[in-house]
Design a protein around this ligand. Sequence first.
Ligand SMILES: [Mg+2]
Length: 271
Amino acid sequence: MFTDLDGSLLDHDNYDYSPAIPTLQRLKRHNIPLILCTSKTRTEIIAMQQRLEIVQPAAVENGAAVIIPTGYFARRPSGAFIESGNWIKRFGKKREEILSKLKQLGHDFPGCFRSFTAMGVAGIAEDSGLSLEGAQFANSREYTEPLLWLDTDEKKQRFINQALRQGLRVHQGGRYLHLSGAGDKGEAMRWLVEEYSKANSAWSQVSIALGDAQNDVPMLDAANYSIVIRSASNPLPRLNRRHNTVISAEIGPVGWNFCLSHLLDELGVPA
Ligand SMILES: [Mg+2]
């Protein structure tokens, strides 16, 4: 099963996941893989997996890449390379490629934005309110570049159009504009389901996705069962499907726990 973190498994404000512990333990008891699919970086995800005490694949930076612990499947998936004890399948562009395209865009939009790279760790900490360590984690990006827009919305739209023509994808986050190459959470999920199926895993039969925001739609649309987690901070994402879909009554990890445990009951997973 595939889940978003912020606002889904984790509380939007304090990152608490304790309401979800009963169902997290049930997944562990029955060896159901818990696959984190988030906009966070590899460094941030590995820290989160250690907190959850799981050794599983995960999709990083909004699906720009999938990381799999080496040896998780009997064979290394085709197209995956090895780095720091993980197999990595990359869908997007490397950050350096994005930065070189951004440099060209900078000539046409001088002074209109500041990228994370231009801000540096201290600048990111100052702008975002993160600690220096948090800023360092957030800046440890491999496949995406966030930037702070400093000019008008009209100019921003022209910038976005030009970035799209250069083959970049642009996603407006809460504070920053995120530039990436290819890949989304849906693509990462489909690829992993295929790998489970090649490995003859029972888990290739049923996919479940949980998420709370628009960037979760590609995976919520593609899963066999989808659980939309209600959010206090953003409107419900608009899915292109209705079958096998529920919307939680409660927000964050409380809704996550309730809806997933109910679905596991329906699917006949023992308590
Ligand atoms: Mg979220």
